[in-house]
Ligand binder design. Structure first.
Ligand code: SAH
Ligand code: CA
Length: 234
């Protein structure tokens, strides 16, 4: 059965066998049925590779538990793997502000989110993320009100999202950025990189350098999935 969007890929690990080992041993046995279902329906989507890698997802859920995340924000929903993961992790009265300019892909996963009984936690906003973040910042009540943010949309805007999220996420809260190793291309000579990956490779290199010098956050870049960078708001 085509369960995994990661099939055929080895993530960033040295072999596909090692990646499969991590998934089969530590990730899939603990992944709930409904999250699996989102993976299955997403596998048929031509852009299924965009879905959050389950191994990275497992760490994201752990971080959310560790800080008791209740009010969260997600930029880049797609079919909802990371969204459902978060919705299942935060408490019954938790809230997720979920932003994506594409509603069709959100609606692919929505029946599964409903089946999981967590739709009430989600406020889906169909919009360009930048304008929604600016909208949120107009209300002082939103400043420092979020415990956790997951950013997984257009990489060209990560730095702009970061500036806004630093105002929205409370001190002690966490912001996670996805795809910060961009299929390993950040460390490849440019001539070896496929043409369509080149622009985002450059944005990602710039963003990684920027984060490394940003003393408003404590960071850790973790080679799970396609690379995630965890930022703890100081
Ligand atoms: N976290 C998702 C994957 C997100 S894929 C998962 O686990 O499945 C990236 C998503 O970002 C796409 O759905 C795309 O529509 C959205 N996106 C890209 N640029 C955006 C923008 N400027 N504003 C809002 N959403 C954007
Ligand atoms: Ca991603």
């Amino acid at each position: 059965m085509a369960l995994s969007n990661t099939e055929g890929s080895k993530g960033l690990l040295q072999s596909r066998e090692l990646f499969e080992y991590v998934l089969e041993t530590s990730v899939y046995p603990r992944e709930t049925e409904l999250l699996k279902e989102i993976r299955v329906i997403t596998a048929n989507h031509p852009q299924s590779l965009m879905s959050t890698s389950p191994d990275a997802g497992q760490l994201i859920a752990l971080l959310q538990k560790l800080i008791n995340a209740k009010n969260t924000i997600e930029i880049g929903v797609f079919t909802g793997y990371s969204l459902l993961l978060t919705a299942l992790t935060i408490p019954q009265d938790g809230k997720i502000t979920a932003i994506d300019m594409n509603k069709d892909t959100y609606e692919m996963g929505l029946p599964i989110i409903k089946k999981a009984g967590v739709e009430h936690k989600i406020n889906f906003i169909q919009s360009q993320a930048l304008s929604t973040l600016d909208e949120l910042l107009k209300d002082d009540a939103n400043r420092g009100s979020f415990d956790f943010a997951f950013v997984d949309a257009d990489k060209v805007n990560y730095q702009k999202y970061h500036e806004r999220l630093l105002q929205l996420v409370k001190v002690g809260g966490i912001i996670v950025y996805d795809n910060t190793l961009w299929l390993g291309t950040v460390a490849m000579p440019e001539e070896f990189v496929k043409e369509d990956l080149k622009p985002t490779r450059l944005y990602t290199i710039e963003f990684n350098k920027f984060l490394a010098n940003d003393d408003r956050v404590q960071i850790s870049q973790v080679p799970l999935g396609d690379g995630i960078t965890i930022c703890w708001r100081l």
